[in-house]
Design a protein around this ligand. Sequence first.
Ligand code: ADP
Length: 354
Amino acid sequence: MHIEVKRLNKTFGAGTPAVDDVSFGIARGRLIGLLGPSGGGKSTLLRMLAGLEYPDSGEIRINGQRVNELAPQQRGIGFVFQHYALFRHMNVYDNIAFGLTIKKEKKTVIAARVRELLALTGLSGLEKRYPNQLSGGQRQRVAFARALAPRPELLLLDEPFAAIDAKVRKELRTWLKQLISQLGITSIFVTHDQDEAVEVADEMLILQRGRLEQQGAPQTVYERPQTPFVASFIGHSRTLEAPQRLRGFDGAVTAGGSAIVRPEFVEAGLEGELSHPSASEPGTVRHLFFRGTHLEVEVELDGNRLLANRPLDRPPLQVGDCVQVLVHRLYVVEGETVRLLDNPLKHDPFPVHI
Ligand code: ADP
């Protein structure tokens, strides 16, 4: 493994641990999305990797070498922060050259590397500009180029697009993903935005209350959440109040257990529209959310409120309408375990109700 973290711990003062017994490995060249709610421990973990914070216990290895005792500048790490943190009094060229200048590289070597990075980041021609003469997106590209200049082993990106507007942010993350896979540089990208993590990352690390909840490819994490937290955190999930009252799931959840359902697991429609009418039950439309490519319909039925996806080409629904609701599947949560359960009535070839 290129990056290895073993049983890392950090507690500030007498509080609860900010990072709690976290272990993981990252293969060379992978782009990792470090995802979790605010206060989950993402920044603390990143700062320990960078050498800006010292762990109470545990070990960090980069390329096989223990780096716990190394100063930040000795670890071969590049950073990109949320706020550009460019040197305002330096032009683009000098900003990108900075890491090489302090290493006292030859001027010709620096010039060649800066030229290469300007081309790579699409900034050629802007080298004489100062940060205040650039757009937010351009400044972040300069920050990438500056971080990449000394050829770091590991690139750390702390919410690099948080301060940039939505459209440019989307463009930048596609660009970043391409750039990182082209360069093959191991990178960790912190975000609290799951769409961003899902889109950009080869693998996600999900951190909550300092604990590593799950590591895996976005699709795996999405389809097979390992913990109740991940099941509820990923997707537009809803925890059901009374899952045993859902048609088809009456015996599914034991006392003390709960269930989580996502909109893509649920159909809500008018009589005759649903794929398995025998497994559906009536509900009332409470809200309609337009999601660009589809509608999300919030329905209330016998003690539960849940969300259902609805294609835009279906007849319109109104708040207050009575609809048929079919829950195709849900996650059953018992203690610390999560299992996916398909609606058993869906496979009934002989509908009992006519
Ligand atoms: P995230 O980046 O996921 O939002 P953080 O790593 O910033 O989470 O914080 C994790 C926990 O550690 C939080 O409870 C936070 O209040 C605490 N914490 C972080 N940095 C410090 C610090 N320097 N002093 C005291 N507590 C801190």
